[in-house]
Design a protein around this ligand. Sequence first.
Ligand SMILES: Cc1cn([C@H]2C[C@H](O)[C@@H](COP(=O)(O)OP(=O)(O)O[C@H]3O[C@H](C)C(=O)[C@H](O)[C@H]3O)O2)c(=O)[nH]c1=O
Length: 186
Amino acid sequence: MGGMKLHATPLSGLVVVETKSVNDDRGSFTRVFCEASLRELHPSKDIPQVNLSVTYQRGTVRGMHYQRPPAAEAKLIRCLRGRVFDVAVDLRAGSKTFLHWHAVELDADKPLQVFIPEGFAHGFQALTDNVQLLYLHTAPWRREHEGGLRPDDPALAIEWRLAISLISDKDRTAPLIDHEFAGLQP
Ligand SMILES: Cc1cn([C@H]2C[C@H](O)[C@@H](COP(=O)(O)OP(=O)(O)O[C@H]3O[C@H](C)C(=O)[C@H](O)[C@H]3O)O2)c(=O)[nH]c1=O
């Protein structure tokens, strides 16, 4: 995969992508994405949207967000500054790992990215101040199809590394998972 190594995780489809950097006395050069690489991870090869998120304060949590069909999206995420505890939750209806979560530490100084397929909620906690995350999305954002879960939902029991220092009102007031929550259809 263009010098990239894929590492499976306990959640099928959630993949850690290890990139290769070429380093010399000027610095480094890294291929973050190429069409051929995405094809190994995802049927469509389009990246209609790229987002950059900046988070000022260590301990802040953003998430847990997902997009419902027909705006379901996969996303490739890389940390460009600082370190984050990046969490994906399997919301795929009928999945053997439904509501299970898996975390990857992403560090601007390490060559790891995470590929999160459709049907997952995503969130992260800043482990340092001033983190920056780059997101490559396989579908454009649609506010009307966006869903969210509480990062502190006991039904998920996500073991955040730090006490949550800051969270948006939207995330704080997201719905808790109840017995009617059926997850996301493909
Ligand atoms: C995602 C998105 C948001 N927005 C607007 C909506 C709000 O007015 C503002 C901030 O959105 P939000 O508070 O949802 O930002 P985050 O909490 O960082 O959410 C993101 O971070 C979590 C962890 C993710 O995985 C998603 O990519 C994304 O939901 O940007 C846009 O204009 N375009 C977009 O693509």
